[in-house]
Design a protein around this ligand. Structure first.
Ligand SMILES: [Zn+2]
Length: 129
């Protein structure tokens, strides 16, 4: 077993910390470019992201306005090819459901307020037990 470290650099530019294969100056990965290329291809397939620039932090939309902003941003991102159109269409269909949920919630809250007022108007004291 060799205690020599591989002299190659990683893609990130730091020194490869893998042990070198005995008799060579490289680790198994860097000593075999074809294998490295194949692993890179596999990695590339696995980590296929549309967004390769800065990561986008998305706050879950909490209001219809948030949904509107998110959709507008998604539109801009698709046009700028920063977002996969399939992701955008998923966002669009989820937004529809989310807006419905907001609408239902809003109606329920209004209904509760109306019922509250109605009770106050009728001014019926609650039966004491
Ligand atoms: Zn290496």
């Amino acid at each position: 077993m060799s205690d020599t470290k591989c002299i190659a650099k990683t893609k990130q530019g730091s020194d490869c910390q893998a042990p070198a294969v005995t008799g060579t100056q490289f680790c198994a990965f860097h000593g075999d470019p074809e294998r490295a290329a194949e692993l890179g291809r596999i990695g590339g397939r696995r980590n296929r992201h549309y967004i390769d620039a800065e990561p986008i932090n998305i706050t879950p939309p909490a209001t219809p306005e948030d949904v509107k902003n998110l959709l507008a941003q998604a539109m801009a991102d698709v046009l700028a090819k920063k977002m996969d159109p399939r992701v955008a269409s998923t966002i669009t269909s989820m937004s529809g459901s989310l807006l419905k949920a907001f609408e239902t919630m809003d109606l329920e809250q209004r209904m509760a307020r109306i019922e509250e007022k109605q009770r106050a108007k009728e001014n019926k004291p609650r039966p004491a037990h």
